[in-house]
Design a protein around this ligand. Structure first.
Ligand code: NDP
Length: 496
């Protein structure tokens, strides 16, 4: 079966440039072709920037509440299409259907949340040090922004960025991960069907290595919003610096869950299974390190291993499946390499570790849920694997658990299970991460809270929540002097 053919979406039209090369996406569970896409060139990327630049003045001048209404219409369309698009997410990316529906739901939630921002986009008013002078700030859009996204949340991460950019009055050139290009095209179709004016949102498919430079070097692109791997993020940051562009980076994670001796172990175990093996461990917030207090280490580990054996791996469209395939051949290779590294560096493999090759798994990329007993210095306990591989670590006490948790270069999400209120609050204070959960796993972001991390996870900004608009607006300070005379700040007022 051949996949659906898609074009680029530029200036409000789906276009297939003559003689354009094409590439395809494939179902990681079955190898079935999902879609065929234009492999855009730098010239196509520049065409998309032309369209976004031309559309900018009138979109900027469209009242923000009207821009917000468009997001509401897009949300309504995604809701109508949720089941069909959920199945597409599962088929193209491999996450199980309930999680794929969750991806769509997060998109809808965020669009609705950002639509309300169209009626806020708040600045501030502050007093002047001079009489008859009024001071305030207003938010203005940046202009054309580039949105570059990864494959693991094929609808929600694009929507987080696109909706926030649009409500603030920017126009967008969107470059999705190549392996989930059909999901990206369907996201763009929803905005188009909702009535977004031509040129306001443009889609460029094709290799990031090929079109990335055109986006990063073009002086008309004023902001870049990127989610992906650390190395790609670093390259983008450095390259965009030459053009003094603002760059928002959401990068990797190595998220710890601490289970203390006073935790409710049944609750912690359920949380761990969801956090570590949900989406086959391919969430930036996935629990990839389990830090157990030594008093419950053996008990908890035995219960965990017993539950891991019972996880059902299989067709992600089947409601009985707990865990589907990993994202594709590159992802599979990377995960298997890390499993080999773990064994070589002396971590103890306690569960899984293998690719499944017998039918019905032989056409897909399935890896067993894998558990290692590791030490904090092991590479599998410090580097992001982005797969169903858990490193279990032992801690003598709370202090050591926190030291281990903080002993990596990343700081996205973190979690502690404890029944002590004092320890819970200490952990909120002590854990070096952008997100801390108490008695809940490291995954489960909600759109009304900021999302992002510290250290190598990001460069300081946050997505989602009310602060999402900071990434996509410039703040202008405004001074209105109605005194009818020249007043000199810092000079005129009487000395204080
Ligand atoms: P990559 O960094 O490989 O790719 C991300 C995006 O960047 C893709 O669209 C890719 O295009 C594009 N790209 C690649 N090279 C360039 C370049 N030179 N210039 C411009 N764009 C480029 O990440 P993955 O897609 O593999 O995603 C997995 C990573 O994303 C993990 O490390 C994960 O932790 C991180 N992530 C972080 C999140 C967070 O919020 N902190 C959330 C989700 C994921 P193409 O596909 O064509 O190569």
């Amino acid at each position: 079966m051949t996949g659906t053919e898609y074009g680029l979406y530029i200036q409000g039209r789906w276009t297939t440039p003559a003689s354009a090369a094409r590439f395809s996406t494939f179902n990681p569970a079955t190898g079935e072709e999902i879609g065929s896409f234009v492999a855009a060139t730098p010239a196509h990327a520049r065409g998309a920037i032309d369209a976004a630049q031309a559309a900018f003045p009138s979109w900027r001048d469209t009242p923000a509440p009207v821009r917000g209404s468009l997001l509401l219409r897009t949300a309504a369309l995604l809701r109508e299409r949720k089941e069909a698009l959920g199945r597409l997410v599962t088929r193209e990316m491999g996450k199980i259907l309930p999680e794929a529906r969750g991806d769509l739901q997060e998109s809808i939630d965020f669009l609705e949340y950002m639509a309300g921002e169209g009626r806020r986009l708040a600045g501030e008013t502050v007093p002047s040090e001079l009489p008859s002078k009024f001071c305030l700030t207003v938010r203005q859009p940046k202009g054309v922004v580039a949105v570059i996204t990864p494959w693991n949340f094929p609808t929600s991460i694009p929507n987080w960025k696109i909706a926030a950019a649009l409500v603030c009055g920017n126009t967008v050139v969107f470059k999705p991960a190549s392996t989930v290009a059909a999901c990206a095209a369907e996201v763009v179709r929803a905005y188009a069907d909702a009535g977004l004016p031509p040129g306001v949102l443009n889609l460029i498919t094709g290799s990031g290595g090929t079109v990335g430079g055109a986006l990063l070097d073009d002086p008309r692109i004023r902001g870049i919003s990127f989610t992906g791997g650390v190395e790609t993020g670093r390259e983008i940051y450095v390259r965009a610096a030459r053009g003094i562009k603002t760059v928002h980076l959401e990068l990797g994670g190595k998220n710890p869950m601490i289970v203390m001796e006073d935790a409710r172990l049944d609750l912690a175990l359920e949380g761990l299974l969801f956090g570590a093996f949900g989406t086959a461990g391919q969430r930036c917030t996935a629990t990839s390190r389990l830090i157990l207090h030594e008093a419950i280490y053996d008990t908890f580990l035995e219960r965990l291993l017993e539950r891991v054996q019972r996880l059902r791996i299989g067709d992600p469209l089947d409601p009985a499946t707990d865990m589907g395939p990993v994202g594709g051949p590159d992802q599979e290779r990377r995960i298997l390499d890390y499993i080999a590294i773990g064994e070589k560096e002396g971590a103890l493999l306690r569960a899984g570790g293998k690719k499944l090759t017998a039918p019905p798994f032989d056409r897909g990329h399935f890896i067993e849920p894998t558990v290692f007993e590791a030490r904090p210095e092991h590479r599998i306990a410090t580097e992001e694997i982005f797969g169903p591989v858990l490193a279990v670590l032992r801690a003598r006490d709370y202090e050591e658990a926190v030291r281990i948790a903080n002993g990596v270069d990343y700081g996205l999400s973190s979690s502690i299970y404890t029944s002590s209120i004092e320890r819970a609050f200490r952990a909120v204070h002590d854990l070096e991460a952008g997100i801390t959960y108490v008695n809940a796993p490291t995954i489960g972001a909600e759109v009304q809270l900021p999302f992002g991390g510290v250290k190598n996870t990001g460069n300081g900004g946050r997505e989602a929540g009310s602060v999402a608009i900071d990434e996509f607006t410039e703040i202008k300070s405004v001074f209105i002097d109605y005194s009818n005379r020249l007043q000199k700040a810092q000079i005129d007022p009487p000395a204080g």
